[in-house]
Design a protein. Structure first.
Length: 237
């Protein structure tokens, strides 16, 4: 996106000049006694059309670039283990659902919402530009009595990290329940047990890897869709 708008700013002035025919450019500098000077409204309309045409061209180039760069990547499967995946096109979230014994499990997953510097490589230092992308998961596990166990997690490229958990006694309750202490403050054995609790339900490091692959593809798809909508709006008469 940065490259798109840098290009727009750099080429706009030249485009505006080139878009005006030579004869009309001369009207602006010739003697008023020998030529009719175009009205300000007419010139403004020409500038507007040149500006919009340039945006449309730049968006078209960006869309083509994104399509070519993603042509070799296959879309991820809409199923992972026992989870069915709803990609929710046009949104920043996806949803995974499954049954486990008498539990309904729903996992709400953001697109990439953060990053940290990549860890140092063994025997050297990671490139300063290398980062690890971060995804947020909200795991909701409900039973027949209506209570919901909500577990907030982070998904790094190869691991799930629990951040906090709470029990919602009623899905429709308006007040936010007490969320308990930070997960890292709990007893180590209790932490391990809760990780095993999620592992049994298919929420594990393999899921983290799948989600990062899925979100990379979704991010590319959403960017292309966004640019196509903007281009369509700009070109609308």
């Amino acid at each position: 996106m940065t490259r798109l708008f840098r290009s727009l700013r750099k080429t706009l002035t030249l485009t505006l000049t080139n878009q005006i025919p030579i004869q009309q450019q001369s009207l602006c500098i010739s003697s008023p006694s020998s030529h009719i000077i175009p009205s300000r409204t007419y010139i403004s309309q020409m500038h507007k059309e040149a500006f919009e045409g340039n945006i449309s061209r730049l968006l078209r180039n960006e869309i083509q670039y994104e399509l070519q760069s993603s042509s070799s990547s296959n879309p991820p499967a809409d199923k992972f283990g026992s989870f069915l995946v709803d990609g929710r096109p046009g949104e920043r979230w996806i949803t995974l659902k499954r049954q486990f014994a008498n539990e309904n499990i729903k996992v709400e997953v953001t697109m990439f919402d953060g990053a940290v510097p990549a860890p140092k490589k063994s025997g050297g230092v990671a490139n300063a530009d290398e980062v690890q992308l971060h995804i947020t998961l909200i795991v909701n596990i409900s039973k027949e009595d209506g209570d919901v166990l909500e577990i907030m997690c982070s998904a790094w490229p190869d691991s799930i990290v629990i951040k906090r958990l709470l029990v919602r006694a009623n899905k429709n309750m308006t007040a936010e329940p007490y969320a308990g202490p930070d997960f890292e403050e709990l007893d180590d054995e209790l932490q391990d047990s809760l990780y095993n609790f999620l592992e049994v339900r298919g929420i594990n490091d393999e899921l983290a890897k799948y989600l990062h692959q899925y979100m990379k593809h979704k991010d590319k798809t959403e960017i292309i869709g966004w640019m196509e909508k903007v281009k369509s709006y700009i070109e609308k008469k």
